[in-house]
Ligand binder design. Structure first.
Ligand code: FES
Length: 166
C-alpha cells in the first residue's frame, strides 16, 4: 500500500514519526485547555443533524445553544468538570433532542431547554438522574478496561473478570 505525503491520512504500518508526536502533544495541550483531564461528566447532544429525524433542526440547535451557554455561565465547561459534545446523530432518531450523559450512560429524550436545565442542575451538578426523561441506561463506569466479544468470542483476557468466561 502506497503511503500519502499527507500526514492527515491514516497510515497502517508506519512507525510514529516526530510530526505525529508533535501533533499528539498539541492535541494534549488543546485537551488540557478544554478540560479533558478534569472531566467528571460528558454530555453528548444530537444537534444540527444532517438528517434531522429526532426533532427539527431548529429545535436541536436551540437546545445546543442553550446547553453550551448555560454550561459556560455556570463555569461548568472547560475547567468545571463537564465536557460537552455536539453530535450529528445519536442513532436513536426519535423523541429528540436526544442526549446521553457519561459515565452513568443515561439516555435522555425531549431535551429542550427546560429539560436541559434540569439535567444540568440535577444530574451534571448534583449527580441525581432526571428520571422522567430517561429512556435507557448503559453505565460505562467499569473499574477496569474490559475486552469486548468479537463475533461472540472474548479475546484472551489476563484478568478474566468478564461474564461468560469459563
Ligand atoms: S437525528 Fe437525532 S438521534 Fe438521530
Amino acid at each position: 500500500m502506497s503511503l500519502s505525503e499527507d500526514p492527515e491520512e491514516s497510515r497502517e504500518t508506519e512507525p510514529m514519526g516526530k510530526s505525529d508526536e508533535e501533533r499528539l502533544a498539541k492535541a494534549r495541550e488543546k485537551g488540557t485547555k478544554l478540560g479533558i483531564p478534569v472531566t467528571r461528566r460528558h454530555i453528548f447532544l444530537c444537534a444540527d443533524p444532517t438528517k434531522p429525524e429526532c426533532c427539527s433542526k431548529k429545535r436541536s440547535i436551540e437546545a445546543w445553544e442553550y446547553l453550551k451557554g448555560r454550561l459556560k455561565d455556570l463555569e461548568l465547561s472547560e475547567q468545571g468538570g463537564v465536557f460537552r459534545s455536539k453530535v450529528n446523530c445519536l442513532r436513536v432518531c426519535t423523541a429528540g433532542p436526544v442526549a446521553v450523559v457519561y459515565p452513568e450512560g443515561v439516555w435522555y429524550g425531549l431535551c429542550d431547554p427546560p429539560v436541559l436545565e434540569r439535567i444540568i442542575q440535577e444530574h451534571l451538578i448534583s449527580g441525581k438522574i432526571v428520571e422522567e426523561y430517561v429512556f435507557d441506561r448503559s453505565p460505562l463506569n467499569h473499574e477496569e478496561t474490559v475486552p469486548l466479544a468479537i463475533n461472540g468470542q472474548h479475546p484472551p483476557c489476563e484478568s478474566s473478570t468478564h461474564a461468560g468466561d469459563e
